[in-house]
Design a protein around this ligand. Structure first.
Ligand SMILES: Nc1ncnc2c1ncn2[C@@H]1O[C@H](COP(=O)(O)OP(=O)(O)OP(=O)(O)O)[C@@H](O)[C@H]1O
Ligand SMILES: [Mg+2]
Length: 409
């Protein structure tokens, strides 16, 4: 077993995806050499609700086996994604008195403990506690307070919690498949790791990851995470509209969406038609592509409009000078950038995993691989901090002080 392997596991509502990579090169800025990718249809899930743990286990096993086969290596631990609208995020402040003349590591540790000491309901678990900034006396915006002189140290911590049951199901399916969850990572944070640049996060940017049943949002400015959300709509919402609007079964509506749909009706030639199944078997009928585009555009307009208003309400929109980065399976829709530009009145680009990736990077260079690749990159970052890979044998190794993203078993 190689010690520097990392695996990301994304159990999406339609597909389960595994990415295996190897951390090499500059230890201060680790990229990831992609070695293997595996995909399987997700079974046993309906939205957040697990309907069949065995089927879910099988999806995990199949995707990881495929990735291992391609990588020519095995892993025993994974960075697993967690999403769903049960996720809550908020900021919390902590204050302590600085014990000596200047801030020590012990003071920083204490202020983190204070900030994190909010009551956690028994049905929830802490996923992330990310230090946002520190204040020493009245000076704000400090990234690293160590060694600064003062009497009072404050920390602002971004905390993310999830429903205990959802986390437990992911661990259970992973364990049954023969792997261990190294860390649970909030999907929007993993996605953002894969497709946003540090510069964009500094200037202000929002990632909108449109999956099947969920849309993940992660907004940053001044280099800090400001807002995350997992919204209960996505590509399946569009499919459901096509089922209604075109009077076709689900599978046909899905196919029409993936092959003929456009998100921006203006881009479609009004004379163009496509063949869809007719009312009785072995019959087909001609449907205007413009109609398909119109149905999809209307719903996407509503979905993206909802996100835009939400960002506006939180006074975030004006902070996002780098605009919007669209990703997720449904971001493959032609014309979606044009539509989003109109709705957000901001720059919009498509995000696919690419930056910092080597090896078989092409095999993850699609918007549907954003979360899984982001999870592997998250693992690579963690490897840099702790030296722990996906197949080291010293599993009891202690996480270094200063690693604040913990997994509570
Ligand atoms: N070429 C395409 N055009 C339009 N939609 C597409 C295309 N390819 C995939 N999709 C849609 O993207 C969605 C799947 O995206 P993705 O794989 O990111 O979702 P997921 O991770 O399984 O789900 P979720 O993130 O909601 O749990 C489906 O609705 C699918 O129909
Ligand atoms: Mg997904």
């Amino acid at each position: 077993m190689r010690a520097n392997l990392i695996a990301g596991l994304d159990i999406g509502t339609t597909k389960t995806c595994a990415v295996i990579g190897e951390v090499i090169g500059d230890p201060r800025r680790p990229g990831l050499t992609i070695l293997g990718v595996g995909q399987a249809r997700t079974g046993g899930l309906r939205g957040d609700a697990v309907t069949n743990i065995e089927e879910m286990t099988e999806s995990v096993r199949a995707s990881l086996k495929e990735a291992e086969l391609m990588a020519g290596a095995t892993v025993d631990r994974v960075y697993a994604g967690i999403g769903g609208d049960h996720v809550r995020a908020n900021s919390s402040m902590g204050v302590v008195a600085i014990s000596e003349d200047e801030v020590t590591a012990d003071d920083v540790e204490r202020v983190h403990v204070v900030a994190r000491a909010v009551a956690l309901p028994p049905d929830r678990e802490m996923l992330h506690a990310i230090p946002q900034e520190y204040r020493v006396d009245h000076q704000r915006g400090i990234k690293d307070p160590l060694g600064m002189a003062g009497v009072r140290l404050e920390a602002e911590i971004f905390m993310v919690t999830s429903a205990l049951t959802v986390a437990a199901h992911i661990r259970k399916a992973t364990n049954r498949a023969g792997y261990r969850v190294q860390e649970l990572v909030l999907e929007p944070l993993a996605g953002a790791r894969a497709v946003l640049t540090e510069d964009e996060k500094e200037v202000g940017v929002v990632m909108v990851e449109i999956g099947a049943s969920t849309t993940d949002i992660a907004a940053y400015f001044e280099g800090k995470i400001r807002h995350v959300a997992v919204l209960p709509f996505g590509g399946s919402t569009l499919t459901a509209d096509l089922v209604q609007g075109l009077s076709v079964p689900w599978a046909e509506a899905q196919r029409a969406k993936e092959h003929y749909a456009t998100a921006y009706t203006q881009l479609v030639d009004p004379r163009e038609t496509v063949e869809l199944p007719g009312p009785s078997p072995n019959q087909t009928r001609a449907v205007a592509r413009e109609l398909i585009a119109h149905i999809v555009e209307q719903r996407l307009d509503e979905m993206l409009g909802f996100i835009q208003r939400d960002l506006q309400d939180q006074e975030l929109m004006e902070r996002l000078a780098a605009g919007v980065v669209l990703t997720g399976g449904a971001a493959a829709l032609p014309g979606i950038v044009e539509l989003a530009q109109q709705i957000f009145a901001a720059p919009v680009r498509l995000g696919v995993p690419r930056e910092g990736l080597g090896g078989l990077a092409d095999s993850v260079g699609r918007p549907k691989f954003t979360t899984a690749t982001g999870l592997a990159l998250w693992g690579a970052d963690r490897f840099r901090e702790t030296g722990e890979g996906a197949s080291t044998l010293t599993s009891g190794m202690l996480t270094k002080l200063g690693t604040w993203l913990k997994e509570f078993f």
